[in-house]
Write a protein that binds this ligand. Structure first.
Ligand SMILES: [Zn+2]
Length: 340
């Protein structure tokens, strides 16, 4: 979990590693950066037998100089012992035999022979391997740009941004065709607009528009030049999918506007039919409602909206709407000029 540092003493990290629990990179960096107690800390002393002393004992404790000499050592205040941070946090298998327990799974507390033992530890191959790993870790933590996960996430982010840019261009072409009632497809709708096409073959308005836009839109042009044939995002299937997304979005916004009216969720439906040039009867459905607190009407051409609104809890009203502030009665059938 990024940014989560829950353990403060290296002995907790040792317990976690021994239990094979995941220790985050941030947590490892915390242990390394806080491996030495503060200057005000006094290391607890231990008594060692010493015949040269009149008392027969000598007091010894962990020394702060050791942390300068052995940069892989971390002190555990809770256990009054030291651990090898590289062997604990970045364990590598031993080439021969097993790794030592002291310094890795249990704290080192023999202050009498500490320097010699730590020097000896630095010669072990598994320690050297772990140390290399820890150094590489510190380098990448210091330079986030070099971190593989950062590089990968940055690359993924750039790809997403690039994809959004060319997809936006495609959607804008669709939107233009939709707003102006321009048919999308021609006789042949396969292939990409950048391919050489026979002039006698009509590629359709949408793809002709895409070809025109790609002359100045570098992202779209690169996409069309390099995309796999199964991921052009301009096929008839994708056109329909995108149109459906746009329709769902527009309908959602209209439902939101109707339900958010100050006068209540009232609306009116007007329907009329007309016969087109091919003798097919076309039924136009218009939805009318009051927008915000302004006294203007909104009129939307919709086919399924009345059904959607009824299911969404809006109340159909065909006669009139009562304005709550000035009690003015606004006949639904008036002010058609102000409708949009
Ligand atoms: Zn080590």
């Amino acid at each position: 979990m990024p940014g989560a540092v829950l353990m403060t003493d290296i002995s907790e990290g040792v317990a976690a590693m021994n239990a094979k629990r995941t220790v985050s990179d941030e947590q490892k960096a915390y242990f390394i950066n806080n491996r030495v107690p503060g200057t005000a800390f006094q290391f607890p002393a231990k008594q060692y037998k010493d015949k040269r002393r009149p008392s027969g004992f000598m007091s010894r404790h962990c020394c702060s100089e050791w942390f300068d000499k052995f940069d892989f050592v971390g002190y555990s205040v809770a256990m009054d012992g030291i651990f090898c941070l590289s062997c604990v946090l970045f364990p590598m298998p031993a080439h021969k035999g097993n790794r030592a327990n002291v310094l890795i799974t249990s704290p080192y507390q023999n202050w009498k022979d500490a320097q010699a033992d730590l020097t000896n530890h630095t010669t072990l191959q598994y320690h050297l391997d772990s140390k290399d790993k820890m150094n590489a870790f510190l380098q990448t933590m210091d330079k986030p740009r070099c971190r593989v996960d950062q590089i990968l996430s940055q690359g993924a982010r750039q790809t997403v941004e690039r994809n959004r840019r060319f997809l936006e261009s495609i959607i804008r072409c669709l939107e233009l065709c939709g707003r102006h009632g321009i048919a999308l497809r021609g006789h042949r709708d396969d292939g990409t607009p950048l391919e050489d096409t026979n002039m006698s073959t009509n590629m359709g308005n949408f793809k002709a528009l895409i070809k025109l836009v790609s002359r100045t839109d570098e992202d779209l042009k690169k996409h069309l030049q390099s995309c796999p044939k199964t991921a052009t995002y301009i096929s008839k299937t994708t056109q329909n999918d995108l149109l459906q997304c746009i329709a769902d979005f527009v309908q959602g916004k209209i439902v939101e506007e109707v339900k958010g009216q100050a006068a209540g969720s009232y609306y009116a439906v007007i329907a009329d039919k007309v016969t087109d040039c091919s003798n097919w009867e076309q039924l136009g459905i218009v939805l009318r409602y009051v927008k915000d607190n302004a006294k203007d009407y909104r009129r939307r051409n919709c086919r399924r909206l009345a059904w959607i609104l009824t299911n969404a809890g809006a109340r159909p009203m065909m006669a009139q709407v009562t304005w709550p502030e000035n009690k003015e009665v606004l006949p639904i059938n008036s002010s058609l000029k102000s409708c949009i």
